[in-house]
Design a protein around this ligand. Sequence first.
Ligand code: 1GP
Length: 251
Amino acid sequence: MKQDLYNTFLKNKQQGKKCFTVLIDPDGINSNKIDSLITLSIEAKVDYFFVGGSLVISNYLDDCIKQLKKYSNIPVILFPGSPSQVSKYADAILYLSLISGRNPELLIGQHVLSAPFVKNSGLEIIPTGYMVIDGGAPTTVSYISNATPIPSDKNDIAMCTAMAGEMLGMKLIYMDAGSGAKRPITEEMIEKVAQNVAAPIIIGGGIINPEKAYRNCKAGADVIVVGNAIEKDPFLIKDIADAVHSVPVNA
Ligand code: 1GP
């Protein structure tokens, strides 16, 4: 039966419970490494797995998701860089529109081409306003998207973009400095956006330690996503999960 994962995002936000997501790039992992990542994620009480990336080259997507589903109950949500990354084995899909950019293909074009396919996938579809923020150097997402990221100090642009996205019906706002970003998103920008939208806010890109994850949550992030740093050091999963889950509910 289709889960209602979106409601878990909403409920957690209403309760002030901050969530931690491990991002898995199918190109960056293999079936041996994934077992220990699953074990560490279960122990750390990770809230969600996101699977995908701006550029996925390998054929490991389906098998990767099957393995995650077989060995854990942690929900698996697709974070697709393109319609080729839709897998029926996941629980839900972040249906991303790149609202920070002006590339019509990523705002609506690819959605039109893949609409029947996505609808028939059986996945829970979560409309998500995706905002790429400048992370101090070109990242895969900033290059592949062919769209200018929001400058890292333009908090008002981020705020207005998120507000517009929410009014257009986006149910989640995902602010991303890009995988491996040199500079993660500032707390000031997160705070500005959080004060002006009601939708749950996902923050990712360049977060490499529990302190930054904690500060982001205090600033208003509802969900923290980490991929790159965990690929390098899987034991960070527990440290960052503990930090995120330790944020007081009234933060
Ligand atoms: C990238 O937000 C994610 O799309 C996570 O970024 O890989 O830098 O943790 P990192």
